[in-house]
Design a protein around this ligand. Structure first.
Ligand code: SF4
Length: 288
């Protein structure tokens, strides 16, 4: 299903795979895991997982493929900004290369949209790119496919170096939930998103961590997007940091003029992205 999203920095989510495995502290309270075990458990359990052990079959958050969803982007006539796999991680080891390839074939071909591919496994993304260079004319990931990795604390800052090895026109970091102060090399990084954790077990974000990241972005000339403070509810603390909202995105000339989505409008006007009503089942905070 193609779905509108509540996520402030995107328009819609697209989940050709679902399910994942927790890999680092940022996964501790994964929304995708929670939703898979609650609202989406019946839907996901109807489909066999990739690895069909009895435990995996019984686990709604095991990695599952949804080939029928590969046609969704082509069915969306109006260009939009699409977060790929809000309920999974495209580069999870159980997603076969052949299926990752099919997802990229769709993204390369249906180029009226902008795709945001966020992973906690950027080293596999690099290996995938090297093995499948025929997919990418000119040896580069085209500008409408943004490649990102999550960096929630300094322990996983090494992911930035892996991401930088991808020859993408737009490389971005999601520092959410921000769990500690970060000191990052932002060379070759075109966008940074920061935000605090939300939910009943949220871990509070310190203002100094967010300001430190904002300041590093300013020094490096990297657009900075402050998503939320977090709290028991995602909007509990609002979005004001140092007296204003921070809605910067990768420079507007990377977004085709015909992308008339709210997010693209925000780029053009440097204004806040219009909020969308929550009407869809997989519209969740960013997971991977
Ligand atoms: S979807 Fe993302 S946050 Fe959730 S377990 Fe996988 S990598 Fe971690």
């Amino acid at each position: 299903m193609g779905q509108k999203s509540k996520i402030e920095w995107t328009d819609a989510t697209w989940n050709p795979t679902t399910g994942c495995t927790k890999v680092s502290a940022g996964c501790d309270h994964c929304y995708a895991h929670k939703l898979a075990h609650e609202r989406l458990a019946v839907l996901y359990s109807r489909r066999l997982p990739v690895i069909q052990t009895p435990e995996n079959v019984a686990d709604p958050f095991s990695v599952r493929l949804w080939p029928g969803r590969l046609a969704q982007p082509a069915s969306w006539r109006k260009p939009r900004i699409v977060f790929v796999n809000s309920m999974s991680d495209l580069f999870h080891i159980e997603v076969p290369d052949v299926f990752v390839r099919q997802v990229f074939e769709v993204m390369v071909k249906v180029d009226r949209h902008i795709y945001q591919v966020l992973t906690k496994r950027p080293s596999r993304a690099v290996r995938f790119f090297r093995r499948n260079q025929d997919l990418f004319p000119g040896g580069r990931i085209p500008g409408h496919i943004w490649m990102g990795t999550s960096v929630e604390n300094q322990d996983v800052a090494y992911r930035v170096a892996h991401l930088r090895r991808l020859p993408a026109e737009v490389r971005f970091l999601s520092c959410e939930p921000l769990l500690g102060p970060l000191r990052l090399d932002l060379g070759g990084i075109h966008w940074v998103i920061a935000g605090g954790e939300s939910g009943s077990e949220f871990r509070p974000m310190e203002e100094a961590w967010a300001l430190g990241l904002r300041d590093q972005c300013r020094t490096a000339g990297t657009p900075f997007f402050f998503k939320q403070w977090g709290g028991r509810r995602s909007r509990a603390g609002g979005r004001i940091l140092d007296g204003r909202t921070w809605d910067e995105m990768p420079v507007a000339n990377r977004i085709p003029e015909n992308v008339a989505s709210p997010a693209a409008t925000a780029v053009a006007e440097e204004s806040r992205i219009r909020q969308r009503p929550a009407r869809v089942r997989e519209a969740v905070p960013a997971a991977a």
